[in-house]
Design a protein around this ligand. Structure first.
Ligand code: IVH
Length: 675
C-alpha cells in the first residue's frame, strides 16, 4: 500500500475489507449472518468512501468490486489448464447399474465401488483461479478448452469468495482452480422476471437463460444487479492440498469458504445412489433452485485417475437426469385476465398434462407481443415447460402439427370484466383497463393485500375474496377489518367455525411490519424487495408518504420509475384516504427500520424477567414507539438486554455475547435522553 497515506486509513480499509469478506461469507455461503444488513451496508459505504478518497488503496479483491467494474468492449478468452469436460447422461436405473459395471470393468475389479452423489444444477459452468488465496480470474467453460474471461462479473456474485478463508489447520493453497455452476434460484428468477415485465422488457424463458445472459454482460454493473448464485463441485489444478477422494475435495473447499451444495452424499454404493436419486426427485420441487438430475462420481481420486476420460467426458462420472420438465399439449383457448394494476394478461388454457409430477392446465402468455413472437394460435400443439416453482410457459409451437383449423387470437378492445375501453400506454407492451373500480382489479388488489408477503390473512384466499366482492361485502382494503361473522357465515362452504377462524386471522394480521404494509398497498413497481428498502429508509409511514421525489430517487436500489410510481401513489388523495381508512380500522404498524427521530432508532432490545413498574408488553410498546425493535432471542444483533427479576437463560446468553445488560430505569433514561 501507498506511503503518503495516513496509516490509520490503511488500517481501517484493511479492517473493513476483512470484515466485509467475513460477513458475506457468513451470509451467502453459510446462510448464517452475524450482523444486520444495515450494519453491512454501513461498512460497505464507509469502504467505498475511503476507496474513492484514496484511489491508491484500490485492490482487485476489494469487496467494493461486488457492485461491478467499468464495462468491457469484449471478453478476452483464456485457456483452461485442464479441459472442462462434459458428462455422460443416464436416464434409467439400468443405465446407472450399467455405468457401475463399466467402472468395475475399467478397473478390472469386482469390489464394491464407492460414489459421491450431487444435485446437478442447470446453469453455467465456470472455472475460478485462486492464487495464494486470492481470486485472480474466472472464465466460462466455452468449448471446454478455452473460455471467456468474466472475472469482473463473477466478482459480483456474493457467494464467490474474493479471498479464501484460512481454515484452522490449513494455509491457503498457492494455486487452486475450482469449478462450479452459476445459477439463479427460483425466487430470484421470479423477482427478476416480474421486474422485467414491469419495465416492459421481455422476460427470460428460464433460470438457465437468465443466468447465462447475466454472466455474459460486458458491463458487470448489470451482472451485479442479477441474483446470481454459485455452487462449486470440483477442481482443476491444485497445489498444496492433500486429497484422496472427491469427498475430501468438497470438504477442503468448504473449509476454504467455498460454497458447496448441502444435498451431497459421499461414500455410498451404486444402490444407495439410485435410492438417493428417488429421494432427491421427490424433494426437487422444494429446493430453492432448479436441478435437472444428479451427478454420480467415483469417490476415490486414485480410481478416477485410473479410469481417465474419453475426449468428451470422464469415465468416472455420470449424470442421472430427471424426467423432462417439458411436455407437448394443446392450446384449448386463450383467456384474458385483468390484474391488480389493470394490465390485461392473456392466459392459455391447455389440455391438462403432467409435467414433473404436477398437472398443468394453464400457461401465461405475458402479452400480445409474446403471442405474436411465438405465433401461438388457439388449437396449436405446443411444447410447455415448468421450471420448478415458475409458472408454466409455452416454449414453442410444434408447427408441423398444424391442421389449418387453428385460430389467431386478438386482444379485446374492452376490459373483459367491466367493459371499459382498454388503452395501451406509450412504450408499454401491456394493455390496461384504467377503470380503477373494475371488479377484476378490486379482487386482485384485495387478494394481494391478504396474501402471504402482505397482511398474510390465513383463510382469506382467492375464492373467498371473489365471493365477498361479488356479494358486495368487500370493496376496499379497510372493509376487510369490518367483516362480521354473520356475513361470513352465510357464504358457501363456510361454517361458524371457519368464519371465526378467519375473523381471528384478520385480527391477528392487524399488527404488521412497515415493509409488509407498503408491499400490501400494491403500488406499481413495488414488490417485497423495494418495500423492504422503503421501510428501512423511511422507518415510518408518515415520513414515506410525505417524501419528496428527489428523496425517493436518491435511495440506493430505487430507480426513477419506482420513485415516480411511489411518489404518484402517495400524492393521490384517494390513496391517502385508503391508507387512512386502513389505519383507522385498527391496523398498527410495528416499529421497523431506522427512525429519524426516535431516541432508540435502530436499536434492538430483548426483554427478560419480571419488570417492576411496567409489563413486558408495555415496555415493548414504549421501545417501539421510540423507534427501537424488540426481538425474542439474544443474538449478536442485540444491542440491549433489559433484565427484570428472575431473568431466564437469555441473561446468560447476553453475558456470553457481551450484549449490554440494563435494567428498567436505564431503559427509561435511554428513551428520554437525546430528546
Ligand atoms: S461435474 C468432468 N458436478 O453439468 C465432469 N457437473 O452436463 C465435470 N453440472 O458442464 C462436471 N452440476 O456445468 C459436475 N454437481 C455437478 C454439476 C455439474 C451441474 C454441470 C456442469 C457440466 C454439465 C455437464
Amino acid at each position: 500500500m501507498q506511503k503518503n497515506i495516513d496509516p490509520e486509513v490503511i488500517k481501517r480499509v484493511t479492517q473493513l475489507r476483512e470484515a466485509l469478506h467475513h460477513h458475506s461469507y457468513r451470509y451467502y455461503v453459510l446462510d448464517d449472518p452475524e450482523i444486520s444488513d444495515s450494519e453491512y451496508d454501513r461498512m460497505m459505504q464507509e469502504l467505498i468512501r475511503l476507496e474513492t478518497n484514496y484511489p491508491d488503496l484500490s485492490s482487485p479483491d476489494s469487496p467494493t468490486l461486488r457492485v461491478g467494474a467499468p464495462p468491457l468492449d469484449k471478453f478476452e478468452t483464456i485457456e483452461h489448464s485442464i479441459p472442462m469436460l462434459s458428462l455422460d447422461n443416464g436416464f434409467s436405473d439400468a443405465d446407472i447399474f450399467e455405468f457401475d459395471l463399466r467402472v468395475k470393468r475399467g478397473l478390472d475389479t469386482d469390489d464394491t465401488i464407492f460414489y459421491t452423489a450431487e444435485p446437478k444444477l442447470d446453469g453455467v459452468a465456470v472455472e475460478l483461479v485462486y492464487e495464494n488465496g486470492r481470486l485472480i480470474s474466472a472464465s466460462t467453460r466455452g468449448d471446454g478448452f478455452r473460455g471467456e474471461l468474466i472475472t469482473s462479473n463473477v466478482r459480483t456474485i456474493r457467494s464467490v469468495p474474493m479471498v479464501l478463508e484460512k481454515g484452522k489447520d490449513r494455509k491457503n493453497p498457492s494455486l487452486l482452480e475450482v469449478r462450479g455452476e452459476v445459477f439463479i434460484g427460483k425466487k430470484g428468477f421470479k423477482r427478476l422476471n416480474d421486474s422485467r415485465l414491469d419495465q416492459n422488457l421481455p422476460p427470460f424463458a428460464n433460470p438457465r437463460n437468465a443466468a447465462a445472459g447475466s454472466l455474459r454482460q460486458l458491463d458487470s454493473k448489470v451482472t451485479a444487479k442479477r441474483p446470481l448464485e454459485i455452487f462449486f463441485y470440483g477442481i482443476g489444478r491444485v497445489a498444496d492440498l492433500d486429497l484422496e477422494s472427491h469427498g475430501d475435495t468438497l470438504q477442503a473447499l468448504k473449509e476454504l469458504g467455498i460454497r458447496i451444495n448441502s444435498n451431497i452424499r459421499t461414500k455410498i454404493t451404486i444402490e444407495e445412489a439410485v435410492d438417493y436419486y428417488r429421494d432427491l426427485g421427490e424433494r426437487r420441487n422444494l429446493l430453492p433452485y432448479d436441478i435437472d438430475g444428479m451427478v454420480i462420481k467415483v469417490d476415490s481420486l486414485r480410481l478416477q485417475r485410473l479410469l481417465g476420460a474419453t475426449s468428451r467426458s470422464p469415465r468416472w462420472a455420470i449424470a442421472y437426469k430427471f424426467k423432462a420438465s417439458q411436455e407437448t399439449t394443446q392450446v384449448l383457448d386463450i383467456e384474458v385476465q385483468v390484474g391488480r394494476t389493470g394490465a390485461l394478461t392473456p392466459v392459455a388454457h391447455l389440455f391438462p398434462v403432467k409435467i414433473g409430477g404436477v398437472t398443468v392446465g394453464r400457461a401465461t402468455l405475458h402479452n400480445e407481443d409474446e403471442i405474436r413472437r411465438k405465433d401461438i394460435r388457439i388449437g396449436d400443439t405446443v411444447l410447455v415447460q415448468r421450471a420448478g416453482d415458475v409458472i408454466p410457459e409455452i416454449v414453442k409451437v410444434i408447427t408441423s402439427k398444424r391442421s389449418g383449423e387453428e385460430r389467431i387470437f386478438k386482444m379485446p378492445l374492452n376490459c373483459p370484466v367491466c367493459g371499459s375501453p382498454v388503452i395501451r400506454a406509450q412504450d408499454e407492451a401491456a394493455l390496461r383497463c384504467i377503470d380503477i373500480s373494475c371488479l377484476a382489479q378490486i379482487k386482485q388488489r384485495i387478494k394481494h393485500f391478504a396474501s402471504k408477503g402482505a397482511f398474510d390473512i390465513d383463510g382469506l384466499g382467492d375464492k373467498l375474496v371473489e365471493q365477498l366482492v361479488d356479494k358486495d361485502l368487500l370493496f376496499s382494503y379497510a372493509d376487510i377489518f369490518r367483516l362480521k361473522e354473520d356475513a361470513l357465515k352465510n357464504l358457501e362452504r363456510m361454517g361458524s367455525k371457519s368464519a371465526a377462524n378467519i375473523l381471528s386471522a384478520i385480527e391477528e394480521s392487524k399488527r404488521i411490519t412497515l415493509s409488509r404494509f407498503i408491499y400490501a398497498l400494491g403500488i406499481r413497481h413495488v414488490g417485497d424487495h423495494v418495500a423492504g428498502i422503503l421501510a428501512k429508509t423511511f422507518g415510518r409511514l408518515e415520513i414515506l408518504m410525505s417524501a419528496a421525489p428527489d428523496e425517493l430517487e436518491a435511495i440506493e436500489g430505487v430507480g426513477p420509475v419506482v420513485a415516480e410510481s411511489v411518489g404518484r401513489f402517495f400524492g393521490a388523495d384517494e390513496n391517502r384516504k385508503i391508507v387512512d381508512a386502513i389505519i383507522t380500522s385498527g391496523v398498527q404498524i410495528l416499529g421497523e427500520g431506522v427512525q429519524e427521530e426516535g431516541t432508540l432508532s435502530g436499536k434492538v432490545f430483548v426483554l427478560t424477567g419480571t419488570l417492576a413498574t411496567i409489563t413486558r408488553d408495555e415496555a415493548r410498546k414504549l421501545i417501539e414507539k421510540a423507534g427501537g425493535k424488540v426481538t425474542g432471542s439474544v443474538s449478536r444483533n442485540t444491542d440491549y438486554l433489559v433484565a427484570g427479576a428472575s431473568p431466564g437463560s437469555k441473561l446468560k446468553r447476553a453475558e456470553a455475547l457481551g450484549v449490554d445488560i440494563i435494567d428498567e430505569q436505564t431503559l427509561m433514561k435511554l428513551m428520554i435522553e437525546d430528546r
